[in-house]
Design a protein around this ligand. Structure first.
Ligand SMILES: Cc1ncc(COP(=O)(O)O)c(C=O)c1O
Length: 397
């Protein structure tokens, strides 16, 4: 009570992550986990990481206090790669790139620079829960926009922008977490012109973009934008390893300056050794081959999960569209209480999944949805896990 009475308003607004509860069940012996949005450990480029550390250590300046904005070699590489990969229409310039400890830090920096108590943030419905926790701790109010096959529904976004003074629109346009949906090119153009009309910032979060299975995703908002204000977030978590904690943001000059000043107050800077190592991993000739390998492996896992769902869960009334990239199946069943079912299945049948509810800014909305990640499970585990889930569901009902 004493300590609690000393906490400030932001500390009181901090909330536990709904995903963490499921991760505890997922780590029990014998459990099969469809919970984590984590890459598979067998797909980490271990040799390249080891080689990268050896190369990085040849320059001992990486052990000094780092530049607050991040390692210049990696920032330069990202700036060029963004054009080669089609993420940017022209070289953004390394001076606009801030290396982060992952998109999550980028979201926090954006929150602390742009948000204040009482502001309105527009998010997709559903959206990534940790982003909502990050914005929520600043005391914002959420306005949600539904998603259809093409992406966020324009009429809903326009209604929100016309009615509210919006701080920014947060979107995950490619293989969205949790829905797996991608926003079409035409929809992106419509949304950009709307944001221009209302002069509202778009925050584009793209950790899954490189993990496409059938065809390359539509151009980024960032590359399509002319005068529209877009802040772009990229990450190495899903394509190298999440424990390295490295991603990047592309920012306009004044925001870059403020972001660097803010970063300095948290941590001075982020390990240059680690960032230089990543530079050696990504600038090697085989990096593109590594990305193709990831796409191939995750496509196989996606296919295995699609088969297991249609064999075990579809006959019970579950409906899951097949994602075209990323890590997730997102589906529903009429009348399901996803939160109770997820707890029941994890405790009694040793299968961890994520209930849909936590992905909605207004939680009661997503009750009949659940999310499965196929990233860390092979064909056999997937089939076994779905078989267990079908049994769990029969007992649960
Ligand atoms: C949509 C989205 N944004 C951001 C993150 C955090 O990524 P990072 O590891 O780069 O911080 C995740 C992680 O799952 C995510 O799904």
């Amino acid at each position: 009570m004493f300590w609690e009475s000393l906490l400030n308003a932001r500390a009181h607004r901090l909330q536990p992550s709904g995903i963490q509860e499921m991760m505890v069940y997922a780590s029990r012996p014998g459990a099969i986990s469809f919970a984590a949005g984590q890459p598979s450990e067998d797909l980490y480029p271990i040799e390249e990481i080891t080689h990268g550390f050896e190369e990085a250590m040849k320059d001992t300046s990486v052990l000094a206090y780092p530049y607050t904005e991040g390692d210049s070699m990696l920032r330069q590489w990202i700036s060029n790669w963004m054009v080669e990969e089609g993420l940017a229409s022209s070289v953004p310039g390394s001076e606009r790139i801030l290396l982060t400890t992952g998109s999550q830090e980028g979201l926090n920096i954006i929150s602390q620079l742009f948000l204040k108590d009482g502001d309105v943030v527009v998010v997709e419905n559903p959206s990534y829960p940790e982003a909502m926790l990050t914005f929520g701790k600043e005391g914002v109010r959420f306005v949600t926009v539904s998603m259809d096959e093409e992406g966020p529904v324009v009429s809903e976004l326009e209604a929100a922008l016309a009615k509210e003074k919006v701080a920014f629109f947060y979107t995950i346009p490619t293989f969205q977490n949790p829905s797996g949906h991608s926003t079409s090119l035409a929809r992106k153009k419509e949304i950009l012109s709307l944001l221009k009309k209302y002069n509202v910032v778009l925050v584009e979060d793209e950790p899954y973009r490189q993990l496409w299975f059938d065809e390359k995703p539509a151009k980024t908002y960032f590359s399509l934008a002319k005068e529209e204000p877009v802040l772009y977030l990229g990450s190495f978590s899903k394509i190298i390893a999440p424990g390295l904690r490295c991603g990047w943001m592309v920012l306009p000059p004044i925001i870059m300056e403020k972001a660097v000043q803010l970063r300095l107050t948290f941590e001075l800077g982020v390990s240059a050794l680690l960032q230089r190592m990543i530079f050696y991993v990504v600038s090697r000739r085989n990096f593109e081959a590594h990305l193709s390998h990831l796409r191939h492996e995750y496509r196989e896992r996606r296919d295995a999960m699609a088969e297991a769902i249609s064999k075990h869960l579809a006959p019970l009334g579950f409906s899951f569209p097949t994602p075209k990239g990323g890590f997730f199946f997102w589906g529903s069943r009429d009348g399901l209480n996803g939160t109770d079912f997820a707890r029941f299945a994890a405790k009694n049948f040793g299968v961890a999944l994520i209930p849909g509810e936590i992905f909605f800014a207004l939680p009661q909305k997503g009750q009949n949805f659940v999310r499965f990640s196929f990233a860390k499970v092979d064909r056999e585990e997937t089939n076994k896990g779905m078989e267990r889930l079908a049994k769990a569901f029969r007992e649960f009902c």
